[in-house]
Design a protein around this ligand. Structure first.
Ligand code: FE
Length: 170
C-alpha cells in the first residue's frame, strides 16, 4: 500500500540504530569503558566504522603518557575536550577547545606536557595509524579492526563482556 503520509512524517533514517547508538555520553561514568592502549594512554570507542575503515574515539593521556610515533595515510580530525598536549615534532600546543587537523602524510609522537595532569581529545581517524620508529621504519599498525579486537579483549577481561564493543560497530 502506498505511504500517503506527508513528507515531514516520513522516517528520517533507514538505518536500524538503537537510540544508544545515536546519542551516548562521550566521557563515560564507568572507568572500564576506557580501553588501555599503552602506559598512561587509553581510548574510549564511540563509533567503529568497518565500512569506511575509520573510527571515532576519545583519547585520554595522563602525565608522562606517550602515543608512539606514527604516520597517517588519511586525514585525522581532533577536538580537545580537556587538558593540553603536544607533538614532539611540532612547536604548537593543542589546548581544551582547540580543533586539530592532521593531514595525510603527517608523522608525529603525541605527549602530554609536564604541567598537565590529563588530556582528553576526540579524534576521528581514517585508514590506519602506521607506527614508525625514529628513522621512519615501520613497526606496527592499528586500524578499525585491530581497535575492535583490543576492545573485545579488554571488555571480556574487565567484566563488561566481549560483546560490549558491538554497540559501537557499524
Ligand atoms: Fe596522529
Amino acid at each position: 500500500m502506498a505511504d500517503t503520509r506527508p513528507p515531514e512524517y516520513m522516517p528520517a533514517s533507514t538505518h536500524d540504530l538503537s537510540p544508544a547508538q545515536i546519542v551516548l555520553t562521550a566521557v563515560p561514568d564507568d572507568e572500564r569503558v576506557w580501553v588501555p592502549q599503552a602506559p598512561n594512554v587509553w581510548f574510549r570507542p564511540l563509533m567503529l566504522n568497518t565500512l569506511a575503515g575509520a573510527w571515532c574515539n576519545l583519547l585520554r593521556v595522563r602525565k608522562a603518557g606517550i602515543l608512539s610515533r606514527h604516520r597517517h595515510p588519511a586525514p585525522v580530525h581532533g577536538y580537545v575536550i580537556k587538558g593540553a598536549w603536544r607533538y614532539l615534532e611540532h612547536d604548537w600546543v593543542a589546548r581544551a577547545g582547540d580543533y586539530v587537523f592532521e593531514p595525510p602524510g603527517e608523522t608525529h609522537t603525541l605527549y602530554v606536557p609536564e604541567d598537565v595532569e590529563e588530556m582528553i581529545t576526540f579524534f576521528q581517524i581514517s585508514g590506519c595509524m602506521y607506527y614508525v620508529d625514529e628513522h621512519g621504519e615501520h613497526t606496527g599498525f592499528e586500524d578499525v579492526f585491530t581497535k575492535i579486537d583490543m576492545c573485545r579483549k579488554h571488555y571480556a577481561a574487565c567484566g563488561l563482556g566481549a560483546e560490549y564493543v558491538d554497540q559501537f560497530v557499524r
